[in-house]
Design a protein around this ligand. Structure first.
Ligand SMILES: [Fe+2]
Ligand SMILES: [Fe+2]
Length: 222
């Protein structure tokens, strides 16, 4: 099917690793840009005069959509669909749940707009998620399996270049408005979510051969 005809246990390991990793990324990129639509709505209502902040978030949204499309193409060229991962593999899903006690879909945008505290908290969740993402990409760009796939390497280099723009605007806003940039409890939540994704979810998905593939692309419902 693919460009190469890999064989042997190492090739099988590599193929499965890339398959699992790309599936998790594709899910998270889609979750990212769809959730940012909600954030844009909140920011336009809360800070209608802050054109620079609004533009930065719109750019962030466009980048995450671009990342999603790159992973989607990676799967398309191989003629397969991503593994059907759910919100348990979503860093932002789990972070929102920990901080706000609900799913992204249930997040009360109007409530977040009305409350300075909640809005500030949402900015911090995005900032921490993106800082984590940036560090993760740096690690992945040293991974020999990733580097052995030219297209995947190119994708992660683009993601690496875009990533600083994804947390700096939120940090600047928090600082400019005299808000705390991160609470110990939030950093701790971020740390544990990341650990459980990397050390529990990813290996479980890797090993579970029965995991089905997505029946349709997540953006089919956008
Ligand atoms: Fe991204
Ligand atoms: Fe990002």
């Amino acid at each position: 099917m693919g460009k190469r005809a890999p064989s042997g246990p190492l090739a099988a390991f590599r193929a499965r690793f890339l398959d699992v990793l790309a599936s998790i990324y594709l899910y998270n990129e889609h979750r990212g840009y769809t959730a940012l639509d909600r954030v844009l709505e909140a920011v336009r209502a809360r800070c209608p005069d802050d054109a620079a902040f609004i533009a930065a978030i719109a750019k962030h949204r466009a980048d995450e959509r671009k990342h999603y499309v790159m992973f989607k193409r990676w799967f398309e060229t191989q003629g397969k669909m991503p593994l059907a991962v759910d919100s348990t593999c979503g860093h932002i899903d789990r972070f929102i749940f920990k901080v706000f006690g609900c799913s992204i879909d249930e997040l009360d945008t109007q409530g977040v707009i009305a409350s300075a505290d909640e809005f500030e908290q949402l900015c911090r969740v995005i900032m921490l998620t993106e800082q984590r993402g940036m560090r993760q990409v740096e690690i992945l760009l040293k991974n020999p399996h990733i580097l052995s796939d030219k297209v995947m390497t190119r994708i992660f280099r683009i993601v690496e270049k875009d990533e600083p723009d994804h947390w700096m605007p939120y940090e600047s806003w928090l600082k400019a408005n005299g808000r705390v940039t991160a609470r110990w409890r939030e950093r701790w939540a971020d740390f544990w979510i990341h650990k459980s994704l990397m050390l529990v979810k990813l290996p479980a998905l890797f090993l579970n051969r029965a995991t089905p593939r997505m029946a349709s692309w997540p953006d089919a419902e956008d």
